[in-house]
Design a protein around this ligand. Structure first.
Ligand code: FAD
Length: 433
């Protein structure tokens, strides 16, 4: 029996762990085109700010890899041949499989304006990108950041920490408009401004200018801005070219059933590249989140090894930092389109933008803020900024769809003390359970 895994991210590695747990003797081959193999991609933000050394991004020791006993090939898969049940390595060498996992992740949507391939125009997908940003930041003084979601802010914070002046260009009127509400966007923007970031609203790039290296941008409204580096984060797209060319069913990602199986029973997909059924919204959605990728990879591995374990997607959540403010986003909280992001961003979930017919309740002020999306009997989503006391209870209440009828009216009351009501409800719930 030979299992072949394409991708050395968290989904691929979790699949190896699951397979090895149930099949000690099988051959497992992992193929990945990133020279650094498996590391924490969310950790790249902390490497950029200088809070983490790049060595701290690697979660596994040599001994742990040795125990998993798999073969790693640092090359690219260029084709999947479903008839022959084989993948082609680097356009040359075939490698047959019995079961195949596609865990190829997602990559940054490229900027398409003229000048986008000038030196000094950067994105943040890989460790190599982070290394080149730190080198370029040493040489320049002014950086322009374009885009939205978490990664645009991570780039901003990283470049600030490296001593650059940062100008942040937003196409629309406010930051992350389809996940945060207006008050939340303004909290983040005010913090960026307090850190010295210049925000430019309604600013769209017409052209990036420079000879071989970027020296500035010309905006669609005619203004020009100078810069030594331009960093963009305008969304990510699942790497599904292999699946599409092999005739597998794809939409925005590779379509899989509850066993993470594609329409070919011997081929599975997991992580950022997979489009998975979401019971919370009733749709099949994409996430670009570490935890779902890990859980999906593990479930796919078990199923590849014949375990028949359905994967049940829970309410997606992310605990992140927005302009230094710890923020947890859970379930469905927003809707519509954000002009700064095409599709989905890193650390993002399509579920977050599936706001149902529900009522909002807000509590707290300034940096300690909570917003609840309240349905008939349960909470659909929440945003917690600053004080994180409510974050874990809310993750549980939302993902388990706990009946909140006993406190619904109190949450919706004028001047409700939302935090107190929730803490009391959660303590009673835990005590009973
Ligand atoms: C800067 C940044 C910040 C993030 N912040 C957060 C956050 O705050 N919270 C959160 O939950 N998530 C965050 N994420 C997202 C999270 O890291 C991803 O959801 C997760 O890494 C997805 O894992 P994966 O295994 O599906 O894909 P990946 O980690 O992308 O791994 C895919 C691998 O496949 C390889 N590959 C692709 N195509 C081929 C091919 N043809 N042949 C061989 N190899 C191939 C790639 O080289 C890559 O190594 C962030 C990501 C980044 C980059």
């Amino acid at each position: 029996m030979r299992y072949v895994i394409i991708g050395t991210g968290v989904a691929g590695v979790s699949a190896v762990e699951a397979i090895r747990g149930v099949d000690r003797g099988a051959e497992i081959v992992m193929v990945g085109d990133d020279p650094h193999g498996y590391y924490s991609r969310p950790g790249l933000a902390y490497f950029l700010t200088g809070e983490l050394h790049d060595k701290a991004l690697f979660p596994k020791t040599r001994e742990e890899y040795a125990r998993l006993n798999f073969k790693f090939m640092n090359t690219r898969v260029t084709e999947i041949d479903r008839e022959k049940k084989s993948v082609l390595l680097n356009g040359k060498t075939p490698l047959t499989y019995d079961k195949l996992l596609i865990a190829t992740g997602a990559s940054a949507v490229p900027l398409t304006v003229p000048g986008a391939n000038l030196q000094g125009v950067v994105k943040l997908d890989h460790l190599n990108d982070a290394h080149s940003i730190t080198k370029l930041a040493k040489r320049g003084r002014t950086a322009i950041v374009v885009g939205g979601g978490i990664t645009a802010l991570e780039l901003t914070e990283g470049l600030l920490a490296r001593g650059m002046n940062v100008q942040y260009l937003l196409r629309g009127e406010r930051y992350w408009s389809n996940v945060l509400d207006e008050g939340e966007s303004r909290i983040v923007e005010a913090r960026l401004q307090a850190e010295g970031v210049t925000l430019h609203y309604r600013s769209d790039i017409a052209e990036i200018v420079g000879k071989s290296k970027v020296s500035g941008v010309r905006l669609k409204d005619g203004r020009s801005l100078k810069c030594d580096l331009l960093a963009y984060a305008i969304g990510v797209s699942p790497r599904m070219e292999l699946a599409r060319a092999a005739g597998l069913d794809v939409e925005r990602g590779i379509l899989v059933n509850e066993y993470l199986q594609t329409n070919d029973p011997d081929i599975f997909a997991a992580g950022d590249v997979a489009q998975v059924f979401d019971p919370l919204t009733g749709h099949s959605v994409l996430d670009s989140l570490w935890n779902p990728a890990r859980e999906q990879g593990f479930a796919a591995g078990l199923n590849m090894a014949g375990q028949n374990k359905p994967y049940l997607k829970s309410a997606p959540f992310n605990v992140t930092r927005l302009a230094g403010l710890t923020t947890t986003i859970i379930g469905a909280v927003g809707h519509g389109r954000d002009e700064d992001v095409l599709g989905i961003a890193r650390g993002d979930s399509e579920t977050w933008r599936e706001l149902p017919d529900a009522i909002m309740a807000q509590g707290g002020f300034d940096v300690n803020h909570v917003r609840l999306v309240i349905g008939e009997k349960s909470l659909h989503g929440a945003v917690v900024m600053g004080d994180q006391t409510l974050s874990t209870p809310l993750q549980n209440i939302i993902s388990k769809q706990i009946d909140i009828s006993p406190i619904r009216e109190r949450l919706l009351a004028r001047d409700a003390k939302i935090a107190d009501v929730l803490v009391e409800f959660w303590s009673d719930h835990v005590a009973i359970a």
